[in-house]
Design a protein around this ligand. Structure first.
Ligand SMILES: Nc1ncnc2c1ncn2[C@@H]1O[C@H](COP(=O)(O)OP(=O)(O)O)[C@@H](O)[C@H]1O
Ligand SMILES: [Mg+2]
Length: 367
């Protein structure tokens, strides 16, 4: 493609908001310039463009939501790409497959096929459900919209249904990743049985709307308790992924990445794996950020390994305080390693129900 034609195409595509076309034309221009200059600053240009691909081309990150929907949806800018997350190999493959399908919607449609666009993420807190939903939006260059339950659930009859309709109408018109975070917890927060019933109905009908939503709206739901969901609804998700606490391989991966970006952590990868076995990524993230903070505040005086070991010590103290409140003083104070073993036993992941749910047994939830 000649440079002039590329620029014309770019102008046309930019004006009509065709993100994909803009991306392809930009890439063609960069490659052409690269051929002429063989590397150098242009290669950097491509890298910069690649890293900025996740930024939306319209609005420059400013909120695009209509005023009337701001109480129902929250738009956030994803901070991570998928490659920045440590995921089990198969999970990463499944996500990349999904992304490839959605990116190639046009090709699929030319064969009368639609991409999958409904995803259920199951796992305990801190295993990356929210991060993964946001990363999906980043990869697809789509706005990341989280449903605000406090705004959705109305106080008078019919209000909730009408709010829900507003969200669905908007999502039908606007390509986006629509995220329902920890939606089982919404019901639990309300003590009134009638209200809980109302919320359960809302969640069910909301998910039933998924079928009506076009595939340019990617629906992602996160939960730690899939057993609380209406089973018929549960089965509607085309992709269901379990996010377990990190295993040894994921911990080693985290260790290697952190050593690369931060420095020596003062322990071997095996010691790291033994120490953090059964913990979640958000704990690891908190410790690493704590250590980074200390290094910055010391103006570089503190070595990363000392900062990290200090952060681990503070984490162990903090964790034991939580355990003390939850399960009494004896085990925790006297035997921290036993505490860790106890934690592992009691902290049970929200396991994807096997057999009947995936295989199609009857709905027992009664809603
Ligand atoms: N798979 C992961 N890889 C890397 N970091 C992760 C991963 N999962 C979670 N984290 C870190 O833990 C923090 C909390 O994760 P989050 O996505 O909010 O978990 P969840 O939604 O499952 O509670 C994130 O900010 C991120 O830094
Ligand atoms: Mg979350």
């Amino acid at each position: 493609m000649s440079k002039d034609r590329s620029v014309q195409k770019l102008q046309a595509a930019g004006g009509s908001g065709q993100v994909r076309s803009v991306r392809e034309t930009m890439t063609a221009l960069i490659r052409e310039a690269q051929r002429q200059h063989s590397g150098g600053p242009v290669a950097k240009g491509e890298a910069a463009f690649e890293s900025a691909q996740h930024m939306r081309f319209y609005g420059g990150g400013s909120p695009m939501l209509p005023e009337s929907l701001r109480g129902l949806l929250r738009e956030t800018e994803p901070s991570r790409r998928l490659s920045e997350l440590v995921l089990p190999r198969q999970t990463m493959i499944d996500m990349r497959d999904l992304i490839a399908e959605i990116r190639d919607t046009a090709l699929l449609r030319s064969h009368s096929l639609e991409p999958r666009h409904t995803v259920l993420l199951v796992g305990p807190p801190g295993t990356g459900k929210t991060s993964m939903a946001a990363a999906l939006a980043a990869e697809l260059a789509l706005p990341f919209l989280t449903v605000r339950y406090e705004g959705l659930i109305g106080s008078y009859l019919g209000e909730t249904a009408s709010h829900l309709q507003d969200v669905v109408d908007y999502a039908s018109r606007t390509p986006c990743v629509l995220f329902f975070d920890e939606f089982d917890s919404v019901g639990k927060e309300r003590s009134d049985a009638q209200e809980t019933g109302e919320i359960k109905r809302v969640v069910s009908s909301l998910l039933l709307h998924m079928d009506a939503l076009p595939s340019h709206c990617v629906v992602v739901c996160a939960t730690n308790h899939p057993e609380l969901l209406d089973r018929a609804v549960w089965r509607r998700f085309e992709l269901r992924l379990q996010l377990p606490p990190p295993g040894a391989a994921e911990l080693r991966d985290w260790f290697n990445r952190t050593e690369k970006s931060f420095g020596d952590l003062g322990m071997t990868s095996k010691e790291f794996v033994d120490l953090f076995s059964g913990e979640t990524f958000s704990e690891l993230e908190a410790i690493t950020i704590d250590a980074r903070r200390k290094v910055v505040l010391s103006h570089g005086e503190l070595a990363p390994r000392d900062a990290f070991l200090g952060a681990v010590e503070r984490w162990e103290r903090r964790r034991n305080i939580g355990d003390f409140v939850a399960s009494g003083p004896t085990t925790n104070r006297q035997n921290p390693s036993r505490t860790r073993a106890t934690n592992k036993k009691t902290r049970k992941a929200g396991v994807l129900p096997q057999g009947d749910l995936l295989g199609g047994a009857g709905d027992t939830s009664g809603s």
